[in-house]
Design a protein around this ligand. Structure first.
Ligand code: AMP
Length: 219
């Protein structure tokens, strides 16, 4: 059996995890799991999980570990065999989640290939998130200044409506960055100690960041 490529994308909100995940998913045929996307879809449906998550997500806090771990467990187990591996975007976000992931992977007889740490400063995060626009239909990501859609508030790809995420409003962004610094940044050391952490500069263009990641993967 060919060794799978199992990746974690780590970094603050606005580091480009979603953008890189989209590129990697397409080019490497990996299963992309974004806990943020899953939660937003559940919130839109108004499911029980969505209702539980809403207040945390909209105020920029983390959804409790047990909810997130249960959610990811189901989805990791359901990845079709033909996928070359998986790509976790926005998970793990706490040390407890990282430990749960270790246990779950052991159970599944798999391991992480690499944790890619997308490094960006607070100034870049703020600029990216306050301008970020998302397509309601296909999830494509735009930016008011850096990547404006051709037609105002319409997706170039599918024609869907663009919107600003509730938690990308300026007052919530700082809270999310602080939560990242306190609860998620410790994972950098956690994975460095395991010898699987790779750092990339994510303040440049998406193509350049992707180039750095592919160099790491070809080692
Ligand atoms: P994201 O799309 O990754 O920025 O996630 C948006 C929001 O969803 C976060 O601010 C959290 O409220 C929640 N969330 C996403 N992933 C996780 C996670 N792994 N643990 C806890 N909360 C999460």
């Amino acid at each position: 059996m060919m060794e799978k490529i199992n990746l974690v994308l780590l970094g603050p909100p606005g580091a480009g995890k979603g953008t890189q995940a989209e590129i990697l998913r397409e080019r490497l045929s990996l299963e992309h799991l974004s806990t943020g996307d899953i939660l937003r879809a559940e919130m839109k449906k108004g499911s029980e999980l969505g209702q539980k998550a809403k207040e945390f997500v909209e105020s920029g806090q983390l959804v409790p570990d047990e909810i997130i771990i249960g959610m990811i467990r189901e989805r990791l187990k359901a990845i079709p065999d033909e996928k070359k591996g998986f790509l976790l975007d926005g998970f793990p976000r706490t040390v407890a989640q990282a430990q749960a992931l270790d246990d779950l992977l052991q159970e599944l007889g798999q391991k992480l290939t690499a944790v890619i740490y997308l490094k960006v400063s607070w100034e870049v995060v703020k600029m990216r998130l306050t301008g970020r626009l998302i397509c309601r239909s296909c999830g494509a990501i735009y930016h008011k200044i850096n990547k404006p859609p051709k037609e105002d508030m319409r997706c170039d790809l599918c024609g869907g409506d663009l919107y600003q995420r509730e938690d990308d409003k300026e007052e919530v962004i700082k809270k999310r960055f602080d939560v990242y610094t306190q609860q998620t940044a410790p994972l950098i050391e956690f994975y460095r100690e395991k010898g699987i952490l790779y750092e990339v500069n994510s303040e440049t263009s998406p193509e350049d960041t992707y180039h750095q990641i592919s160099e790491i993967l070809s080692q």
